[in-house]
Design a protein around this ligand. Structure first.
Ligand code: FCB
Length: 459
């Protein structure tokens, strides 16, 4: 048992008021300069999807297609953040975080994904960024969190190199407008989801089921990242530039499953890490190579100022269909809770790649939260966050350069094909009234961040 191990019983608070909070000094390894944040994404919170000249996105179209999203939910209202953002910034201030990661909705700032820029949409992000800075919160933006302008989809979407070019133009424009106020700009969020869930399994917009297309989309997303980074740097944008990948450690149920686990890891993690950091695709049986034109690999391998990693669970591989042990249970998404996978993943990456500084840009759990007497006792989430932060502290102690952590999510929101049925927030949202109620995890996160800062300062 390492010194960072914790026992759930000793640390889980019993009530939101008068919480017996876990001893935060165990997180001192994260350091005084560690960035504590929360994350959201435009389509999941903004609503107002036909307001002030916003164009249609592929997620609007997907939601409007019967059978694609649970309960027929859509993003037309979401958390109404487009109007309620001052209240949400006030909540973040109350939470005492250092940083906020949000995404810019491309169709809000450029309805068709090319041509005219939408001043009203741009003004929304402009005000948000200024309000964050006034509140002492660093803005971190992601340029693409899955809401492609439908007009670009109609011309081939990510399978077309025209979209790659358009994305670089959009990125450059955002960089010129906001770059001097941003603490980081990421090109893509989780390109694996765009490629595989969007184009291979059809679970996400645009809902294609075409394995060959998915491989090429994956490559084109990387190309668009490289071209965007080039354009941003050529435009003199100085804030840290990077990309956000969803990643997992891999576990083979039995020794005979190891090759399959390695292949699963290659398709999930190495598929992006190898081209970005080594300039090539993995070479192993079963890994399908995309068509790469001359110059593509060099373009993809632009220097990264940071790498964002989203971690939720591990990859579990069993050819006999054995389920993972799930000793710590599963979240409301059905995902196994496996905090040590975060440490294992990071330490493995450190061995395998010349890593830039790392930010955990998302981590959190869906939980069947309920408001009881005006309070939400999401003790499962407190335990989840605590264990993952502990795993992160261990990875840092093992030498990984981890600069920050963003909890997913500030508030409950539109969880893609699950609609509003899954709650990931530190703040509960009643969608009928838009009432926001901070949960026990909100309080725990605030106090843990504060105590860790102080503890690290006094250490
Ligand atoms: C990630 C997404 C994020 C959110 C979480 C639960 O894959 O980036 O938008 O839906 O999962």
């Amino acid at each position: 048992m390492s010194m960072l191990d914790i026992s759930a019983a000793a640390h889980v608070p019993t009530a939101p008021s008068g919480l017996s909070l876990p001893a935060p000094e165990t997180l001192q390894q994260l350091g005084q300069r560690f960035t504590w944040g929360v994350a959201t994404a435009a389509f999941q919170i903004e609503g107002a999807n036909q307001t002030d000249g916003r164009g249609e996105s592929i997620w609007d179209r997907f939601c409007a297609t019967p059978g694609k999203v649970r309960n027929g939910d859509d993003g037309s209202q979401a958390c109404d953040h487009y109007r309620r953002w001052p209240q949400d910034v006030a909540l973040m201030r109350q939470l005492g975080i250092d940083a906020y990661r949000f995404s810019i909705a491309w169709p809000r700032v450029q309805a068709l994904g090319h041509g005219a820029w939408n001043d009203k949409g741009i003004a929304f992000y402009d005000r948000l960024i200024d309000a964050l800075l006034d509140a002492g919160i660093q803005p971190h933006a992601t340029l693409y969190h899955w809401d492609l302008p439908q007009a670009l989809q109609d011309e081939g979407g990510w399978l077309s190199r025209v979209t790659v070019q358009r994305f670089a133009e959009y990125a450059e424009r955002m960089g010129r407008l906001f770059g001097d106020r941003m603490h980081s700009l990421a090109t893509h969020n989780e390109p694996w989801c765009t490629a595989v869930l969007g184009h291979e399994t059809g679970q996400f917009a645009p809902g294609w089921r075409d394995q060959v297309a998915a491989v090429q989309v994956s490559h084109n997303l990387l190309l668009s990242h490289g071209l965007a980074l080039q354009a941003l740097r050529a435009a003199g944008v100085k804030c840290p530039l990077g990309i956000v990948l969803n990643q997992s450690s891999r576990s083979a149920a039995k020794p005979k499953d190891q090759p399959a686990a390695d292949l699963a890891y290659a398709k999930f993690v190495r598929r992006f890490m190898d081209p970005l950091l080594l300039g090539r695709y993995p070479q192993l049986d079963g890994f399908v190579q995309p068509t790469a034109l001359e110059g593509d690999m060099a373009l993809i391998r632009q220097p990264l100022d940071f790498l964002g990693i989203n971690y939720y669970t591990r990859l579990w591989v069993s050819q006999d269909g054995l389920p993972p042990p799930a000793e710590l249970g599963r979240t409301d998404m059905g995902w196994e809770i496996y905090p040590d996978g975060l440490r294992e993943l990071l330490v493995g990456l450190q061995r395998e790649y010349p890593l830039p500084p790392i930010y955990i840009m998302e981590n959190g759990m869906a939980n069947a939260d309920q408001v009881v007497d005006g309070q939400v006792q999401d003790l499962e989430r407190v335990d989840y966050l605590r264990r993952h932060l502990q795993a992160l502290a261990e990875a840092k102690a093992e030498g990984v350069d981890i600069r920050g952590y963003f909890a997913w999510s500030l508030m409950d929101n539109f969880e893609w094909d699950s609609g509003y049925a899954k709650r990931f927030g530190l703040v509960h949202v009643d969608y009928a009234t838009q009432q926001r109620t901070p949960k026990a995890s909100f309080d725990w996160y605030r106090r843990t961040a504060q105590a860790t800062r102080q503890g690290a300062a006094n250490a």
